[in-house]
Design a protein around this ligand. Sequence first.
Ligand SMILES: [Zn+2]
Length: 271
Amino acid sequence: MRRVASAAVPLAASLLALLACANASRPVTDAERTLVDLTHAFDAHTVYWPTEEGFVHERGFAGRTDGGYWYEAHRFRAAEHGGTHLDAPVHFAEGRATADAIALERLVGPAVVIDVAEACAADRDHAVGVAELEAWERAHGAIPEAAIVLLRTGFARFWPDRARYLGTAERGAGAVAKLRFPGLGADAARWLVARRVRAVGIDTASIDPGTSARFEAHQVLGAADVPVFENLAALERLPARGFEVVALPMKIGGGSGGPLRAIAIVPPRRP
Ligand SMILES: [Zn+2]
């Protein structure tokens, strides 16, 4: 037995090496699916809340070292809430999950896009209502169990023009009252919680409309442990349903949110 086993190991190893070579030579494109980046880049233009400094990327070192090799490394600092980011449930709900405590199952799953761009183009203060969610279901079928629901307001087309995206380019505490962009209404947030959604995302700076003073959608979703993704990009590239989202935030211990890399995995369209 022993001799057979010892002879089998090198054979298995060389087969594995052969397979690894075959994999390495395969192109990285994948005809079976399309990966869509739902994330805005973090740079000097990234939109943050008017009270925040923004994304600061400090130049460290980039150049040829004395050792003859290239070396490049910089540093950054930023608020948790800015750019494409996560709102952990604790953001507006005391005692709920922090960024590091959110179950991975909440961040990866089947997703739908609810397109409300027309209503938001007509009224930049639009609050998405239950009637629109119900209309989507009549057109596309029931929202699947434990779905990630993405709201497409169309406002990502204004990014990173602060005046058009946020409603004001002013900064500081006084600018908050001038914010004007669409969001999710409180009743619609409750309706989504009743549907046991996995997470909710939007292509604006906040899940509540800019004019909101009480942040009810944040409160309702947070209390139900539903994570929120804000400032999403490229939702226009997604079908209404039949795809998956992977939204992995920086795992900040005790964080109320954090920078998020979100992607969609879209299968090929069946003829
Ligand atoms: Zn946030």
